[in-house]
Write a protein of this length. Structure first.
Length: 367
């Protein structure tokens, strides 16, 4: 899909440890010193979906294939990153290539783990990162205003319209406000500007509060502060213990459930992050279910049936005739395709059909 989630935060907040757990492999070097991660580590992570497991119990396929998400572990930012401190410009450009930001925030004390700012203060840490993102956006928009001003002198209509919006945007950012709160955020002119600039504070943010084991059950004071801060910005906070998540990398589902239960937790913080990220990217899954494989196919929300078919193969869209659809709930309730069809739960849908999350589909096409 070409969509990704970038992990950001100050050095030594648990980004690489979280990344290791996400990818279920120790392939992101994790050490106790700043700038351990220089080049961004990238990984494709399966999206946990119990519905596929339930389908597999009925169909008994040879394999199960889940939807996936791309995660990018971006090196720790520091104060002054927008001016090049700590290789900041390189790291900021890496963030531009992502669609959603996962901001890892340290919410525990441990004298054995160095903090680049010398103390634990999650709100200060968040503000350092977000200020650097804002400074980078200010610089980008300033340059765009200068470029549009030159074009507007020639009375170029499109440039004039964009200049008016870009000038207001520059003023907005200069007041210390993120791009996502800009009043013309949904306008065509803003979209045209942001298509190239990919402004950092225009991206959706998920805050991940990295706690110790004790902080998993009950929110500590640091987590409470982060939740307060995020609520003011309409953002989601997910609590996790990166160390525990990494320890569970080799566990099977039962062992993982037992471990989480012993810690008083129902669901892995990483699973919550993956699901929230999938949603923030505007993605959903439909399924195909056969003896060779039960598979989730990733599409954007509000996708039509022909476009959904193209995810399997372009020819499916070109020669689209109809889609056979069974809702997930009906497929499970009737114990499979045959009985769901007998009960009249199989539908034939045309080109205008908007695919629903969890639809089980078979495409009729002719090329």
């Amino acid at each position: 899909m070409g969509l990704s989630i970038g992990l950001v935060g100050l050095p030594n907040v648990g980004k690489s440890t979280t990344f290791n757990a996400l990818t279920k492999a120790q392939n992101a070097e994790s050490q106790n010193y700043p700038f351990c991660t220089i080049e961004p580590n990238k990984a494709v992570v399966p999206v946990p979906d119990k519905r596929l497991d339930e389908l597999a119990k009925i169909v008994k396929p040879e394999r199960i294939l889940y939807s996936t998400l791309d995660f990018v572990d971006i090196a720790g930012l520091v104060k002054g990153a927008s001016k090049g401190e700590g290789l900041g410009n390189k790291f900021l450009s890496n963030i531009k290539e992502t669609e959603v930001i996962l901001h890892i925030v340290r919410c525990f004390e441990d004298e054995n783990i160095t903090h680049v700012e010398g103390s634990i203060d999650p709100i200060r840490d968040i503000e350092i990162i977000e200020q650097e993102l804002l400074f980078a956006d200010l610089d980008s928009v300033q340059k765009r205003v200068e470029l549009l001003s030159k074009k507007a002198k020639g009375k170029e209509k499109e440039a004039l319209a964009q200049l008016e919006v870009a000038s207001r945007l520059l003023e907005h950012i200069a007041q210390g406000l993120p791009v996502v709160t800009f009043e013309a955020f949904e306008s065509e002119e803003f979209r045209a500007i942001n298509r190239d600039l990919r402004l950092l504070t225009s991206k959706a943010i998920i805050y991940a509060a990295n706690v110790d084991e004790e902080g998993l059950v009950e929110d500590n004071e640091y987590v409470k502060l982060v939740k307060e801060y995020a609520a003011q910005r309409g953002a989601q906070v997910i609590k996790l213990c990166a160390k525990v998540e990494e320890e569970m990398v080799e566990f099977d589902d039962d062992e993982k459930a037992e471990m989480l239960g012993s810690l008083g937790v129902k669901e892995s913080g990483l699973d919550q992050i993956i699901h929230e990220g999938f949603d923030k990217l505007g993605l959903m899954s439909y399924f195909t279910a056969g003896v060779k494989e039960v598979r989730a196919w990733t599409i954007r929300k509000n996708t039509t049936a022909p476009k959904a078919a193209a995810v399997i193969h372009n020819d499916f869209e070109k020669g689209f005739i109809r889609a056979e659809v069974i809702a997930y709930e009906d497929f499970i309730a009737y114990g499979g395709e045959a009985k769901a069809k007998e009960a009249g739960k199989n539908r034939l849908e045309g080109k205008e059909y908007i695919v629903q999350d969890g639809d089980i589909m078979h495409f009729r096409f002719n090329v």
